[in-house]
Design a binder for this molecule. Structure first.
Ligand code: AMP
Length: 417
């Protein structure tokens, strides 16, 4: 074993695995940029206070945050998610609204590591600040839905809920607390603790012992104000108009405290329940104000990259990794020709690789095979003297032939098309 290994909950993502990662982000970027979202790259650490605004009742903040003091005594934290950073950036820079931003990158939470749950994990997401329109909620939810389809993932379920306006949510939370207090002895020890921090989160309990009491809990729908009910009805109507199927789930409260009105989650059917949430989001109209800005409506989602890729594997979404290069240059004259030919072929837009250290022909041909290249370009002293190269197809049954050096790239292009 080497002296150093990745620390718990972190991983190296190596090729060819990493190619799927990139594909994920590329598909996402194309989709959201075509919908008017611009890339934001916030820092990976910020003032601790930015994240504390996410709520004292959330595990992400109280139990899982990588918080530290730097050498200047500043209280900082690695970001556990990016919504708070995006909203902080909005408050700091005050761009014109509606402000539509997308992001991709790692977050850090000190969780109990397991399959699909890591301490450093990647998310992509979008946020829109400054528009309060139920059809915007629909646009956001639909973009996530379309993204999974574009990626090729089929077995996704959309769960939808509304937490009502802040007053509705407060009255509901009080009613929930009363219900769980009345049944305290029957609740699991874990849920009794959760109840002290955040009664809403007891609804998330997956423990069999809690099932009956959770099932008998009051429903948020009975607490909606007229405005909240109308907003939620419009969201459902809009999803219907776009033919996006959803399942109403009154227990969907999601982890973070700042959500109000619309909340949603995408679940992968092939994953087990501890990590079947592929992504989710909701409205967070109060967050900009909490971060010292003007009252500004906001909505967005975050999609987990790692977990979605696990679901993709389960569905066999990705084929074998693409061949790394098109052309492999084998040069037995010292390597200078290979240097020039790979440079030229790459400049022509083809993917090219070569061997180094002036190895034997046999060893270079082995490397060519391993590279997955479709074509080998061979240069020996005869070719060098004649101003030609030998082009040898490595797959299929094409014949090898000598090609004038100055016709190489056009010849390769023809062969590869
Ligand atoms: P959240 O920011 O907690 O709403 O999470 C949104 C999505 O990020 C989840 O649905 C997961 O796909 C992913 N996610 C959250 N925490 C982790 C983690 N510790 N490891 C891997 N993925 C995570």
């Amino acid at each position: 074993m080497s002296a150093f290994q990745t620390s718990p909950g972190t991983r190296d993502i190596l090729p060819p695995e990493s190619a799927r990662f990139r594909r994920f982000v590329d598909v996402f970027a194309d989709l959201v940029e075509a919908a008017g979202y611009g890339l934001i790259i916030p820092p990976m650490f910020e003032d601790l206070g930015v994240f504390q605004r996410l709520g004292e009742a959330t595990d992400v903040v109280t139990k899982e945050m990588y918080a530290f003091a730097d050498r200047g005594g500043r209280q900082l934290a690695l970001r556990p998610e990016q919504t708070a950073s995006v909203v902080r950036a909005f408050v700091q820079h005050r761009p014109p609204t509606p402000w539509k931003a997308w992001y991709a990158g790692p977050n850090f939470r000190q969780e109990r590591a397991q399959r699909g749950r890591y301490r450093q994990f990647d998310q992509v997401g979008i946020e829109i600040l400054g528009a309060d329109d139920p059809y915007l909620d629909v646009e956001v939810i639909a973009l996530g839905w379309r993204f999974y389809a574009a990626l090729g993932l089929r077995q996704v379920t959309l769960l939808l809920n509304s937490l009502g306006e802040p007053d509705d949510r407060a009255r509901y939370t009080a009613a929930l607390a009363a219900h769980f207090e009345a049944n305290l002895d029957a609740l699991s020890a874990e849920s009794q603790q959760t109840l002290q921090r955040n009664p809403l989160r007891v609804l998330d309990s997956k423990r069999a012992q809690d099932a009956e009491i959770v099932a008998g809990a009051p429903h948020i729908a009975d607490f909606y104000s007229d405005a909240a009910a109308a907003h939620f009805a419009a969201v459902q109507d809009g999803l219907g108009a776009l033919d996006i199927p959803f399942v109403l789930d009154s227990k969907l409260v999601r982890g973070l405290d700042y959500y109000r009105r619309t909340t949603f989650e995408y679940q992968g059917a092939t994953l087990d329940s501890a990590q079947n949430a592929l992504g989710g989001g909701g409205r967070y109209d109060g967050l900009a104000e909490d971060l010292g800005g003007p009252a500004t409506p906001g909505i967005g989602f975050a999609l987990g990259v790692d977990r979605t890729l696990l679901a993709c594997d389960d569905e066999g979404v990705f084929g074998p990794p693409p061949h790394a290069v098109d052309v492999f240059v084998v040069d037995t004259t010292g390597g200078r020709e290979a240097l020039m030919i790979t440079d030229e072929v790459r400049a022509a837009g083809l993917r090219a690789d070569r061997a180094y250290e002036n190895r034997s022909m046999k060893s270079q041909m082995k490397a060519a095979d391993r590279s997955g290249a479709a074509i080998a370009v061979l240069v020996g002293s005869d070719e060098l003297a004649a101003g030609t190269v030998t082009v040898r197809p490595l797959r299929g049954d094409g014949e090898q032939r000598a090609v004038p050096r100055n016709e190489l790239t056009s010849h390769l292009r023809k062969l590869l098309s």
